[in-house]
Design a protein around this ligand. Structure first.
Ligand code: ZN
Length: 309
């Protein structure tokens, strides 16, 4: 199984910045230690042409040229730097590579990504470009070039925050189904309309969450089959997450991952997973939850390849 990463050292943040950038390097070293069989591949940057499948060229140029206004940089949450640009491009690149690899091998992932708050014309909430949206469009374009008459994608967004960017980008695109399960009272406060939005109350328990997930996957079934799935496996629905507001346990999140991978596997649909958010009390805590996702991914990939465990 191959997974892709954008070198996280590319972007350095000012001391005391609230974004836990260190989690990416820790995920890489922890994953290498726990599952050395999983191949970690450094990504190439996405091209500007790929970004333009989804984003306005004015916005792309403003990011590339360092012409984002101060207010827009605050909205994104990162000060502009060449490193910020490079990391954003490589993170989109990693999701594109994971999508291609998943299409060939059944399953792959990006060890970062899930920047679902990025809209067509602006970034926000630690998201510069919308990696999953770019990859979904690109895969559809490539399928059309190969002569495919249809190519349908579903985005299963289980980060605790609504996938407002993906919802807005694919609003009028019936070939991409957007599903978002998120905290009703959480960021973004102005929500967009996904094809399926499940809003969860504060302090939502494992039981309620998993029951809602079953309902959501049941509804998704009605729109199947899909040619490719993207799964945003945010660690931020956990009870100890600083930004989450829900109350899922470690076991609850593990069960969530298991159900999504099982759903994809039962339908023989390729799946690319991305990390999305995670703001635990420590980066070790967040990485521990993300490793659970890799554990399920690794188990399902082996089954997909028909190997014995
Ligand atoms: Zn989030």
């Amino acid at each position: 199984m191959k997974v892709f990463y954008a070198a996280s050292h590319l972007q350095s943040l000012p001391p005391g910045h609230r974004f836990p950038m260190g989690k990416y390097a820790l995920l890489q070293s922890s994953l290498a230690q726990r599952w050395p069989q999983i191949e970690q591949v450094q990504s190439h940057p996405a091209t500007l042409g790929e970004l333009a499948l989804v984003h306005d060229t004015d916005y792309i140029q403003a990011v590339m040229g360092g012409n984002l206004g101060a207010a827009h940089q605050r909205e994104i949450g990162f000060p502009w730097s060449t490193g910020m640009v490079e990391r954003a491009l490589c993170s989109v690149g990693a999701t594109i590579m994971a999508a291609r690899c998943a299409s060939l091998e059944g399953l792959s992932g990006n060890m970062a990504g899930g920047t679902h708050h990025a809209l067509r014309e602006r970034g926000g909430g630690f998201c510069v470009f919308n990696d999953v949206a770019v990859a979904a469009r690109l895969m559809a374009v490539e399928a059309q070039r190969r002569g495919a008459k249809r190519f349908r994608v579903a985005i299963i967004d289980l980060d605790v925050h609504q996938g407002n960017g993906s919802a807005a980008i694919f609003k009028d695109d019936p070939s991409v189904f957007t599903l978002s399960m998120h905290g009703a009272k959480n960021f973004p406060f102005r929500k967009e309309t996904s094809d399926l939005d499940i809003e969860l109350p504060d302090a939502c328990s494992d039981e309620v969450y998993l029951a809602e997930l079953d309902v959501a996957l049941g509804q998704l079934e009605r729109h199947a089959p899909f040619d490719l799935l993207f799964y945003l496996a945010g660690a931020d629905p956990h009870v100890d997450d600083r930004l989450g507001r829900l109350a899922l346990s470690e076991q609850g999140l593990s069960e969530r991952d298991a159900r999504v991978f099982a759903w994809a596997h039962a339908r023989q649909t390729p799946l690319a997973f991305v990390m999305a958010g995670g703001y635990g009390p420590t980066i070790e805590h967040t990485v521990g939850l993300q490793l659970q996702t890799f554990g399920h991914a690794w188990a399902y990939w082996q089954r997909w390849q028909n190997l014995s465990l």
